[in-house]
Write a protein that binds this ligand. Structure first.
Ligand code: ADP
Ligand code: MG
Length: 311
């Protein structure tokens, strides 16, 4: 069994690309780009709450970093550095090695340096803090939406929740849907490029981690607005619709932008080869209220808005 030192050196120490001093000292040294604001975010993943005990270790490594990158995307930040606190049960070296392979796959893909962390024994959990940069005043926030803005969602929400439902035998998916849904669940693709492109364009943004309606609720409450939603091609009923509206783990970007920019948004979707769907508009009214109707104008009352750890 390797010592803690050997484990860290073997699994979590890699050459860095834009760091003064990385893993191995009492602290890391970074040299932020002069004139940029630092954007900082932390996310915790706990076994049994955020991932199943039998999740593939390499996938989990990817996801641990990817969910933090999604917060950077939602801020319109360029992510650059990350730290990792790992709580591991009686160490299985192979498991940790596979986890680190997935984590560094994601780090390499998005050009992130892992610059430090902590490792300790206990029930499995991972906490990443991520550091990104944005030009002063340009980071995207939740509170900037204006009445009459269009509401947009990237990609295809609900897939990760459907994939999880399949694994829990609450539904049975068939190929090719099954592969798409499991990929969304295990290898979320944080929308960094979209977030960067939305600087100066989106009036508010959030990443969808707890369910589309729940996360839209946060934008509406913080911007003091109501939303009228009429979602094109919403699954007609049942689990697929529930997952679309209030499934967790999507890591798509939900954002608002002035209605004059609707055309620009379609051009952006083409450039990024990423679906951007207009799902409604904001309006003055009770903060946080959502009025949802289907293609025929019938009102829809969703069973719930999303996932809340304390309810
Ligand atoms: P200390 O006793 O000073 O906390 P550690 O032995 O915990 O030092 O860590 C040694 C070095 O390894 C530090 O630079 C720390 O940032 C880094 N480190 C520890 N655990 C991790 C991890 N899971 N991922 C990345 N770096 C880590
Ligand atoms: Mg330590």
């Amino acid at each position: 069994m390797p010592s803690e030192f050997e484990l860290i050196n073997h699994c979590f120490k890699r050459p860095t690309r834009h760091t003064v001093l990385g893993v191995g000292d009492d602290g890391a040294l970074i040299s932020p780009t002069p004139g940029q604001e630092l954007v900082i975010s932390t996310d915790l993943l706990v076994e049994g709450t955020h991932f199943l005990a039998d999740t593939n270790a390499e996938d989990l490594g990817w996801k641990t970093l990817a969910v933090n990158l999604s917060d950077m995307a939602a801020m319109g930040a360029q992510p650059r550095w990350a730290t990792l606190a790992a709580v591991l049960p009686a160490p299985s070296f192979d498991w940790i090695e596979a986890f680190s392979r997935g984590l560094f796959d994601c780090a390499d893909h998005y050009n992130i340096d892992l610059i430090g962390g902590d490792t300790t024994r206990g029930p499995r959990a991972f906490c990443v803090t991520i550091f990104g940069e944005a030009p002063p005043g340009q980071a995207l926030r939740r509170n900037g939406a204006k009445a009459g803005d269009s509401i947009w969602i990237s990609g295809q929400p609900g897939r990760a929740a459907l994939g999880l439902a399949h694994l829990q035998r609450r539904t049975t998916l068939r190929e090719p849907d099954l592969a798409h849904c499991l990929a969304a669940l295990h290898r979320p693709q944080p929308r960094i490029e979209l977030g960067l492109a939305l600087r100066g364009i989106a009036s508010a943004a959030i990443d969808v981690s707890d369910g589309l309606l729940a996360d839209l609720g946060h934008i509406l409450e913080q911007s003091n607005l109501t939303a009228r939603l009429h979602i094109p091609n919403l699954p007609p009923t049942g689990l697929a619709r529930d997952c679309w509206l209030s499934g967790g783990d999507d890591y798509e970007l939900l954002f608002t932008a002035a209605a004059e920019l609707d055309g620009a948004m379609n051009a952006l979707a083409n450039r990024l080869e990423l679906a951007l769907t207009r799902i409604g508009e904001t309006a003055a009214g009770t903060p946080g209220e959502l009025i949802l109707s289907d293609d025929d104008g019938e009102l829809i009352t969703p069973a719930r808005r999303g996932y809340d750890h304390f309810m």
